[in-house]
Write a protein that binds this ligand. Structure first.
Ligand SMILES: [Zn+2]
Length: 245
């Protein structure tokens, strides 16, 4: 049996009715929370994907144009989302590398939260200190946190949305991936292969990734390291923050 008390990670086995995954670029969602989102979708949770940028700068191939890589990544992301079981897929279409912490981005985020009403949101940890991270990731994480509290919750913020018929909404928790010190783990033993298969759709970013490839092994190893002190094989870890009520 388990040494649950040894692990500092609390196990999240509650599956909400509605969840949202907010990500900066195509493939971030599956890397960060693909196993959890697939597991929850399989168990009847309505998953909404919010893609913030078009991924137009994501190539090391000098012959690749922004226009072409955008098209390729858009198709890849659609295929991946289908495998995860995503119900609603929203695209903000900001330029890759162009995210700004401003009112336009915040307003869009508040609007989708009020419209799709998730209990839980997965996104990038904006406060990671340990290592570089893309500015789009940082800014996405900050915007999500602000949108949850207080902007989606309070009717005097973006009142034009309320006049249009949207209602205020309280998100219960945010689960940040990429955290320096995660405090929560989700058992993805039943969905890790779906995560890997969905990542294999992103061939422009993860070339050669397939069921038996080295990258797939690395993903399994990392997930099994995360689950080390638990009685399940694979886990995804997050920094969980419960929102004010
Ligand atoms: Zn990214």
């Amino acid at each position: 049996m388990v040494n649950r008390q040894i692990s500092p990670l609390s196990i999240m086995d509650y599956i909400p009715k509605k969840a949202m995954v907010v990500f900066a670029h195509p493939d971030d969602a599956e890397i960060g929370a693909g196993g959890s989102a697939a597991l929850w979708a399989l168990n009847g949770c309505e998953i909404t994907y919010i893609q913030c940028t078009d991924g137009s700068n994501g190539s090391n191939d000098e012959k690749m144009t922004s226009q072409n890589i955008t098209k390729i990544r858009s198709e890849e992301q659609k295929e991946a989302a289908k495998l995860i079981g995503v119900r609603n897929y929203i695209h903000f279409n900001y330029m890759d590398g162009g995210l700004i912490d401003n009112k336009d981005f915040l307003s869009k985020m508040v609007e989708v939260i009020r419209k799709y009403r998730p209990e839980v949101i997965f996104t990038h940890d904006p406060f990671r200190m340990d290592g570089f991270q893309h500015r789009d990731h940082r800014i996405t994480g900050i915007i999500v946190q602000d949108a949850i509290y207080p902007f989606s919750r309070d009717h005097l913020h973006f009142p034009e949305q309320i006049k249009k018929g949207l209602k205020t909404h309280k998100v219960k928790s945010v689960l940040y991936w990429g955290a320096d010190k995660p405090n929560c783990i989700i058992d993805i033993s039943d969905s890790i292969e779906t995560k890997i298969e969905s990542l294999s759709k992103h061939q422009s970013q993860l070339p050669g990734l397939s069921y038996g490839s080295e990258t797939a092994k690395r993903i399994r190893n990392r997930s099994s390291d995360s689950a080390q002190k638990h009685d399940f094989k694979y886990g995804e870890v997050f920094r969980k923050l419960d929102a004010r009520v």
